[in-house]
Ligand binder design. Sequence first.
Ligand code: UDP
Ligand code: MG
Length: 323
Amino acid sequence: MSRPPATRTMPSLSAIVPCYNEESVLNELRNRLITACQEAVGNDYELVLIDDGSSDRTREILRQFQTEDPRITVVLLSRNHGHQLALSAGLSVARGERLFVLDADLQDPPELLTEMMARMDEGYDVVYGTRRSRTGESAFKIRTAHLFYRLLNRMVDIEIPSDTGDFRLMSRRVADVLLAMPERYRFVRGMVSWAGFPQTPFFYDRDARFAGETKYPFRRMVLFAVDAVTSFSILPLRLATALGFFSAAFGFLFSFWVLGAWLLGATIAGWTSIALLMLLLGGTQLIVMGILGEYVGRTYIEAKRRPLFVVEQVLRTETPADD
Ligand code: UDP
Ligand code: MG
């Protein structure tokens, strides 16, 4: 997972695109991305397109692209590993001095590259796209995403920019920090914040998906949020402790009432209170154990130190045409 040997030509720019079942957008993506890269750096670029175990024609199309254009490198993963790991696989293969990350569906306009490069020239290591507006996404998705970023920032120690996805331009040294981070649960945008170095937002309007449908249905969004929180915060564990203390204090106070009732000889009609207490305490305990379990499970999985992703094949033309 380190930088490839320096004997190869390093392009000044790598554009990295994870693709999962994106057959309907790939042609348009390639055309627009190549135009954008040429505008920004002439021919001194490479495209790194990752097939994240797609079940449609994505893989064939990418193979075809690669045979037609020596500036295209294709990474085939052995199965679907998820967006964040596919992106990490792309970063590990890319050789550019600057790395441009975008989604396949053209929601992040490639044409912004030249402007983002200019921002980077001002001395930034990361120029991250922050959404000023989002078209073509449900009000529910926009609202939950908004709320999520606000909540997340209250929980973590580092600052993770709001309304910011993985659309960004970053320097080689930031990418090298990411590649040196061994964790399996990868919330890449948070890891970039963690890396530090000068970073600046770049405001843009997010387009609707060019074609196809979202690969982040509600269930995956929730899992993604849990990954984000547990990767960067142990606040849920602290909340579990607080909840424990709260219910212990409640139990302690309630014991006075129980003793008082016993002293007064009024102990027969106690079923309701006992049932309520059992439900309350049982529920609290299960929640606390669940939170603990979430972290213990992640520790277990990280402890196995399996490779983050399995690359089946890298298709690349070894000596890219230099002009
Ligand atoms: N993606 C991927 N693997 C997955 C899911 C998604 O590589 O398991 C890619 C997908 O092809 C796209 C990007 O991640 O390039 C973002 O996905 P999508 O556009 O569906 O997410 P949304 O924009 O709806 O949040
Ligand atoms: Mg999208």
